[in-house]
Design a protein around this ligand. Structure first.
Ligand code: FPP
Length: 255
């Protein structure tokens, strides 16, 4: 019975993977991981249980993305607006990177994953920042999937800061107004070492961007699912990639 179940499950997985083509895998997938709280509430659990299980989905999705050949995975882990949540919940979220890395860093090292953070560093608790810095340092020479945690991240703030920095360079004469191009602005964003996302996924049925990578998502394909983030599995990532492969990207032109 167990063997029959196992072979059915293997077959199922194979069939889902067959539905995507290996030569049009999105290079960069960004995810708004939403629905942790509602998932927990549905099960009668405290909200933080949703975040704890959301952390497990982070691990599953990183491994799945790597297996599918995705090169960059960017996850919205904490927004500049999330500070408005109750202190207990914020404290819990701020401890998750440390816990995640303690549990998963070794395996991610074996998988050659490079970890980095994208966000404002100044008001993060020191222990959160230390955990992210340590992960970034330890994985700095890895050449596989780049896993970026958007932590204390807000896109309008990112764009504003980039404008301030360009403005300061114009004021001191190192740049002129004519130097301002899309490439120059891009190079001043926190994501300057990442290509624009090809595919954005948002879980939990919400149809919003919520101040996430507004500049970078200009031509990304968007995929929304009603699944709550803690339920997200490889098969959902495959579904999103399959849908991405059915879309025709025109970048405003004609084909
Ligand atoms: C949104 O769900 C989710 C968050 C604000 C936090 C996301 C964080 C994780 C999934 C864990 C991150 C893990 C690491 C390693 C940093 P919500 O709480 O807004 O859900 P709701 O809309 O149902 O209330």
């Amino acid at each position: 019975m167990i063997n029959r179940l196992r072979s059915w499950w293997k077959q199922e997985q194979k069939q889902t993977e067959l539905s995507i083509s290996a030569d049009n895998i999105p290079q960069h997938v960004a995810i708004i991981m939403d629905g942790n709280g509602r998932w927990a509430k549905r099960l009668g659990l405290p909200r933080v249980a949703g975040h704890q299980n959301g952390m497990k989905a982070v691990k599953r999705t990183t491994i799945a993305a790597d297996e599918l050949g995705i090169k960059y995975l960017t996850l919205y882990a904490f927004s500049t607006e999330n500070w408005k949540r109750p202190k207990d919940e914020v404290d819990f979220l701020m401890r998750l990177p440390q816990e995640f890395l303690k549990l998963e860093l070794e395996e991610l090292m074996e998988k050659n994953v490079r970890i980095q953070m994208m966000g404002l560093e100044n008001n993060l608790p020191q222990h959160t920042l230390n955990a992210m810095n340590e992960a970034a340092e330890r994985t700095a020479n890895n050449t596989g999937l780049v896993l970026t945690f958007a932590l204390n991240y807000g896109s309008r703030n990112e764009i504003t800061e980039s404008m301030r920095s360009i403005g300061a360079k114009i004021a001191d004469g190192s740049l002129s107004v004519d130097d301002i191009t899309e490439e120059l602005i891009q190079s001043h964003l926190l994501s300057s070492n990442l290509p624009d996302p090809d595919l954005l996924i948002r879980t939990s049925g919400e149809l919003r961007l919520s101040n996430f990578m507004l500049w970078q998502l200009a031509y990304s394909e968007l995929w929304f699912t009603n699944i709550y983030w803690p339920e997200f599995k490889k098969k959902h990532l495959i579904e999103a990639v399959a849908e991405y492969q059915r879309r025709t990207r025109r970048y405003g032109g004609l084909l």
